[in-house]
Design a protein around this ligand. Sequence first.
Ligand code: SF4
Ligand code: SF4
Length: 232
Amino acid sequence: MKKQNISGFATKIAKMCDRKRQFPINGQLELTYRCNLNCIHCYCKEMENKDQIGKVKAFTHQLFGRDKKRFKYGPFIFPRLNGDKAPCDHRLSPEELLKIRHSDSDMWQEYKKDLCEALPKLKREKDYLYHCNSWMTNFFITPYGRLKFCALTDNFSTDLKKEKFREGFYNIFPRLLYEKFKTKSECRNCRLRPVCYQCPGRAYLETGDEEAPVQYYCKLAKAILKDKHSFN
Ligand code: SF4
Ligand code: SF4
């Protein structure tokens, strides 16, 4: 493997993070697609370890203290970036997710607070495809040197071997703002869209189509609405 000197790059990034210039505040360099670092979020299988979430939380408290913000339960499992959906077999059903939230008072309070609020409104007009804004502050660089706004999709990415970082971050990423639905996707007019986890990146990874509904997220959104009705 070719040895790279990244110290110059790191210094450059640090300089550009100067707040006045509003530069990205989060960047992720993916070292390899054949990662074997055994990170906890990879080897913790949701289905098999669902009864151990409390223990994982206790462990983070042991490491970092009892700060509520330190532990966030993120229940999402995505297909592999090559489209292999095998990891999705480990997803939990909406009922199982509800059971987990119910089993922990912090998680339950947070979920209940959202349930008690009215159905949120969409952040932009419904014809716009992208409703996210993390691209304003985040970037990802793949092992092949592609600069991406989102880990899940190559759309609006650039090749850093040919283009400058600045071009990708400031000129290519913002183009997603203008993307509109081109199909008659069910998601376009869906009233559950403000609480649904479907988004172009996730849909693309799951179905190969940025606009397509994803059945798992449909089920989750319907379950959230049902929970909302039972609270209001
Ligand atoms: S995935 Fe299903 S619930 Fe979500 S916005 Fe699309 S149609 Fe609606
Ligand atoms: S996962 Fe979806 S919401 Fe998040 S950055 Fe990617 S496209 Fe946007």
